[in-house]
Design a protein. Structure first.
Length: 576
């Protein structure tokens, strides 16, 4: 569980500085999230901690939320052992929740707390030392601080009532990764969180019959919205498994299908959402499992049992997608596109025909998307995705809708620069900085996944600043080259970057991790090298797309969500 900092709805001058209203213990705000929570079957399973087998029903969850909310409103700052309770209690107090990762350096956590103007810091006993380290660094404003690791015993569910909020100001704040400058606080109102959850429920069909296995960090949009907020709104059961361990995950997926066991097997996992790194680690560790576990695990991840497996937060290599499908007897990973500022925005569909290699699908329900030509600044209308020379036009993805964040906290300039006007008078568009092409794919988009999943599909080319490499008069998608590199058996990891070139403006370079067998796979018995790479890619890519340089590392540095900071990588590896 991460540490949680709390931003009161009264923490900024533009919000009324009234004292905390000490409401009835049984009162929750009348919002979409809490209406859904109130209406769930109280005996239905809400949260499970896999390793300890502790579990909580929706009835006990809402009671704990009511009790924790009362503590927060009295500014007691009592930390919970369960993130879901703490998060919902903060929402119920109309305050802003800011999940923090204990793995962050103290200096970075101090920056976030100072920048966010947090008023309360909550942590479990496990991270008490880290929290005290932050306080000892000296904050610009010292938050209230208390540590308690116990389950609150709250009011009975039947006594809970909902009340209208005059001007709701609560929600959640997450900080960007800071790859281009200092991390920015992304303020996501509770109304936007509710809209994001509603969009996902319509597209991915969460239900009370689902059991979602939660393997993700709890300070990212993927782990919070996709795997906590949306399933809670749907009444889905969430099973947390932390820390991530491949053998434990395989054993859990296999457990319901193990033969010759005297214990009552747990419910099968029906919903898994993860990042490519996790799927790769699972695939690499599978061969080391006992034979009986392998057999049961393959049954557990088959389409008839694991109804939905999703990959996101980083590009999914085609070999990973293919290997998972082969191992699972045909379960195709669903890809989607999202970011901190917008939640999930574009997704492939539930219909297997709507899961196309390299594509992230269509705009989700309630989300408007458009492409804006990166050269001319013109909107690329449907049907005009190819230029006069027959080349696909690349454009920046721009989005709008109720799912979009409201502002970068305390940074009016960045907020202003992040949006462009809407010529139709229907509101501003958020500029994602991600570049894509769009095309109709035969056999996909026929309505099998819903009316929202029709028309041309989006294909991400990369970030506008680092993944679009301009070499001579040509543009190269780093993600396309990475996909081809990863299709080679000699390469297990790859990152493609653009380096300065006097002759071409930029040149394509690759950073790779070699498969152990590649050490002697070259014709001359030497380690597989740049010439081998170029020879292997000759029939796959145009010559200007083939990397002219290649560096081999033992591992490519990634963040908790499996993403690579390419600017830092260029500086570290190529000293540019």
């Amino acid at each position: 569980m991460p540490m949680i900092s709390l931003l009161s709805r009264y923490s900024r001058a533009r919000v009324s500085r009234m004292p905390f209203a000490l409401r009835q213990l049984s009162t929750l705000p009348n919002t979409h999230i809490f209406r859904a929570l109130r209406d769930h079957d109280p005996d239905s399973l809400a949260v499970v901690h896999s390793l300890s087998a502790r579990s909580f029903t929706y009835g006990s969850l809402i009671a704990d939320v009511v009790a924790a909310k009362d503590d927060l409103e009295r500014e007691a700052a009592k930390a919970q052992g369960q993130l879901a309770v703490t998060l919902l209690a903060i929402f119920a107090s109309d305050a802003i929740a800011l999940p923090l990762s204990p793995s962050f350096p103290t200096r970075e956590l101090k920056y976030i707390l100072d920048n966010s103007q947090a008023k309360v810091l909550l942590a479990t006993e496990k991270y008490a030392g880290k929290a005290m380290d932050i306080l000892n660094q000296g904050l610009e404003r010292e938050p209230l601080f208390n540590i308690r690791n116990k389950l609150m015993e709250g009011a009975a569910r039947e006594s809970v009532t909902l009340e209208e909020l005059k001007k709701p100001a609560g929600g959640m704040m997450l900080y960007t990764s800071g790859t281009t400058n200092r991390p920015k606080g992304v303020l996501i109102p509770q109304s936007a969180l509710a809209a994001q959850a509603s969009s996902l429920l319509q597209a991915w069909k969460y239900s009370p019959d689902d059991r979602l296995l939660h393997l993700l960090p709890l300070h990212h949009i993927h782990g919070v919205v996709n795997a906590i907020v949306a399933p809670i709104v749907a009444g889905t059961s969430i099973e947390f498994m932390y820390p991530f361990n491949t053998d434990q995950v395989w054993k859990r997926l296999a457990a319901p299908f193990q033969r010759n066991t005297t214990t009552t097997p747990p419910s099968k996992i029906t919903f898994l959402t993860a990042v490519p790194t996790i799927y790769n680690r699972l695939l690499n560790s599978f061969q080391n499992l006992p034979t009986e576990t392998q057999t049961a695990a393959k049954e557990g991840i088959s389409p008839q049992n694991l109804r939905l497996n999703i990959s996101g937060s980083a590009a999914l290599p085609t070999p990973t997608k293919t290997s998972w499908s082969t191992l699972s007897n045909g379960n195709i990973l669903l890809e989607r596109f999202g970011m901190t500022e917008v939640g999930m925005a574009i997704s492939c569909g539930l219909d297997p025909a709507d899961r196309v290699d390299g594509s992230v699908g269509w705009p989700l329900p309630g989300v408007e998307a458009r492409l804006v030509d990166t050269e001319t600044g013109e909107v690329i209308p449907p049907g005009a995705e190819v230029d006069a020379q027959g080349r696909e036009r690349e454009g920046e993805i721009q989005l709008r809708g109720e799912t979009i964040f409201s502002e970068y906290w305390g940074n009016e300039k960045a907020t202003r620069e992040g949006f462009v006007g809407g010529e139709d008078g229907k509101g501003k568009w958020f500029c994602t900085g991600d570049v894509a092409t769009r095309r109709v794919v035969d056999g996909a988009g026929r309505g099998g996944s819903g009316e929202w999943a029709k028309g041309p599909m989006y294909f991400i080319q990369g970030r506008k600043s680092v993944d679009i490499i301009k070499t001579g008069a040509e543009k190269v998608s780093a993600l396309e080259v990475e996909r081809e590199l990863l299709s080679l058996p000699q390469i297990t990891e790859a990152a493609v970057v653009g380096l300065p070139s006097e002759q071409w403006g930029q040149k394509v370079a690759a950073v790779v991790v070699l498969h152990p067998d590649a050490a002697t796979s070259s014709r001359n018995g030497k380690s597989w090298g740049p010439m081998d790479m170029r020879r292997a890619l000759k029939e796959r890519l145009a010559s200007y797309k083939i990397p002219s340089e290649m560096k081999v590392l033992d591992a490519i540095p990634r963040n908790a969500m499996g993403k690579v900071n390419k600017k830092a990588l260029i500086k570290e590896v190529f000293d540019v």
